[in-house]
Design a protein around this ligand. Sequence first.
Ligand SMILES: [Zn+2]
Length: 338
Amino acid sequence: MSKVKIVFSVVFLLLLFSQCSTLNDGMIMTVKGPIKATEMGVSLTHEHVLVDFIGADSVNESRWDKSKVSEKAMPYLMAIKKLGCQTFVECTPEYIGRDPILLKSLSESTGLNIITNTGYYGAANDKYVPKHAYEESAEELASRWVDEWNNGIGSTGIKPGFIKIGVDSKTLSDIDRKLVIAAAKTHLKTGLVIASHTGPAIPAFEELEILKNEGVAPEAFIWVHAQGEKDLSNHIKAATMGAWIGLDGIGEDNCEDYVRMIKNLKENDLLNKVLLSHDAGWYDPAKENGGEFRGFTTLFEKLIPLLKAEGFTEKEIDQLMITNPAEAFSIRVRNIKK
Ligand SMILES: [Zn+2]
């Protein structure tokens, strides 16, 4: 073979390899263990089975009966499975009702992949931030979260599949900043994506700035509740930087708003940065029989048909429901190369 031919073959193989890696050969961590990113399938990226609003100082697992929570959540999970959903990302952090054992048993009985998280929730006037988070450094908090990744949550052996934090909606407080720094440090050691309950653009860009200072790329950041930002040019700005835009409050009454937000991103060639979900559920231990449970089917039954009516192709729907979640939740360090 001539030298030129060899060079061409090498270039061709390299191209082929880079194509394969864009199809995502990554790994996802579910409550039952790792799966390939290609096995994640149609995914809901921000939902809840259980949320307990009692506060960080009083929350504990004796406040709910796992079998009652399961009984309540089960029909809603089976309903999405019937509609083709394969993976359910449970976004309830520790100190507000995270229950990995409950999620694992639901995953076993429904056949859905379920993903849980590590991290603390600093929104809602810091009611869900445990006391030690004020005393410890960001490094110390990160080492707790990294330990959950390395050794499992408590004694369950169940590992988190992403980092979930939350920040206040006006501007970041001191504790919010510490949580974001801890999340950045955890990301660099684990490759877990950071989903941060945020809302408006001001705190979102403050978070992206902190991540940048910590050497973490915007691709590692999911701007949760981005629908809370009314100036849609900020979605474009953050997605262009590389951040994930979580449009995750889909409900019966707001699908037209979501179509508008998704179309805006599509028109800017940024459909590959959008994550969709309902932020629905959940069993609330403070309420009689867990209170009213909001289901997870609107996206399938109402939003997707509306998007199709607006000219979205099957390929574009797959991008939103399959490709983007697999890319976002793949375990991979996304650092800023210096
Ligand atoms: Zn939520």
